[in-house]
Design a protein around this ligand. Structure first.
Ligand code: PLP
Length: 371
């Protein structure tokens, strides 16, 4: 018998289930024996527009330098971010995706005997990061699928070190407003770090959602985390960042890997920040897509959670697994969210107009067949 290394892992690690990503399109294409371009993947909240041509040009120029280590300080990108948000360079932490930021926070401040508080139906990486370091997850019942900020506040105790909140949240798409966030931050004890995860913030129109950056000056315990994976369309390159007080950034920078962000990611992110047009196009296309999908759901008599992200959770009011399977068999990949305690829902990422239309057509057929 081989040694039981699972039993020897940290207790929190033993209890973890691995993160289940969206099914890759090429995997489904192979399984169905269909060409790759016939598959519609609306499962991972990816930007359907493809990367900005300016980003592609910037990356191409950086390719000859691939033998070199990236700039471990990410100076050029940090400078661009500091300028954009009018903060000091020392307030910026770069991550290998914003997931990296979430893990760095857990690694720095959580341990057995301590806890992190977050909402039911919140992003799956919060429990993974928390349990991986042996800390306790305090999952607070959602309020109509959204974060119940007063209940989250009430759950904080002397052993709480971190609160994770997402605005908007994935997979629900729910959000809270400026006043709710202000009230919440004003009451969180100063020893507790609040990670405000704004992975989808760029999809909001100005003023539609609170801007976490506006709260940094007043709250030294706040970390605003953002990513280039969603509206900037760079999920494959793994670039995220946190803006916080310099002290928090100093801690995060002590424990991050020296070269956690790769060189193509660094140049891509700088180019992406300069391409405001691409961002506006992403926002406009997403808005239309949300409208297209919700109109179809209304017509089909399906309820859904109103969303400020680039995805919608739609409720079939029965086990959604067979519907998901039937969609897969027709080459359409969406995301089951049973793992988020939402077994009657599927989460549908907003695609291009044609992709959304294809999904709607197949869904309609699947629902008719199931009758
Ligand atoms: C997608 C997502 C992230 C970020 O993912 P990265 O690709 O690691 O930057 C973070 N938080 C939420 C809520 C997300 O949905």
């Amino acid at each position: 018998m081989s040694f039981d290394f699972l039993a020897q892992a940290l207790p929190g690690v033993q209890q973890l289930a691995p993160y289940v990503p969206g099914k890759p399109a090429d995997e489904l294409a192979r399984e169905l024996g269909l060409p790759l371009d016939s598959i519609v993947k609306l499962a991972s909240n990816e930007n359907p527009l493809g990367p900005s041509p300016k980003v592609i040009a910037a990356i191409s120029q950086a390719v000859p330098e691939l033998t070199r280590y990236p700039d471990g300080n990410g100076f050029v990108l940090k400078q661009a971010l500091a300028q954009k948000f009018a903060v000091e360079l020392a307030q910026v932490t770069l991550g290998n995706g914003s997931n990296d930021i979430l893990e760095l926070v857990a690694k720095a401040w959580l341990a057995p005997g301590l806890n992190a508080v977050f909402s039911q139906h919140a992003f799956a990486v919060y429990p993974i990061a928390t349990m991986a370091v042996g800390a306790e997850c305090r999952e607070i019942p959602a309020n109509n699928y959204g974060h119940d900020l007063p209940a989250i506040l009430a759950a904080i105790d002397a052993n709480t070190r971190v609160v994770f909140i997402a605005n908007p949240n994935n997979p629900t798409g729910t959000w809270f407003d400026q006043q709710a966030l202000a009230d919440f931050l004003a009451q969180v004890p100063e020893h507790v770090i609040v990670v405000l995860d704004e992975a989808y913030i760029e999809y909001a129109e100005p003023g539609e959602l609170p801007d976490g950056m506006d709260f940094l000056a007043k709250h030294a315990n706040l970390i605003v985390s953002r990513t280039f994976s969603k509206a900037y369309g760079l999920a494959a390159l793994r670039i995220g960042y946190a803006i916080s007080s310099p002290m928090i950034a100093d801690v995060l920078n002590r424990i991050r890997q020296p070269f956690n962000v790769n060189s193509l990611g660094l140049v891509a992110a700088v180019a992406a920040l300069e391409d405001e047009e691409y961002l506006q196009e992403s926002r406009a296309s997403n808005k239309q897509g949300l409208q297209q999908l919700s109109t179809a759901f209304d017509r089909l008599g399906l309820s859904y959670i109103e969303s400020r992200g680039n995805f919608i959770a739609v409720d079939f009011a029965r086990d959604a697994a067979p519907i998901n399977q039937a969609l897969l068999e027709q080459g359409v990949i969406v995301r089951p969210v049973a793992g988020y305690a939402m077994p009657t829902f599927l989460r549908v990422s907003v695609g291009t107009e044609q992709e959304n239309a294809r999904f709607i057509e197949v869904l309609e057929q699947v629902l008719a067949d199931a009758k």
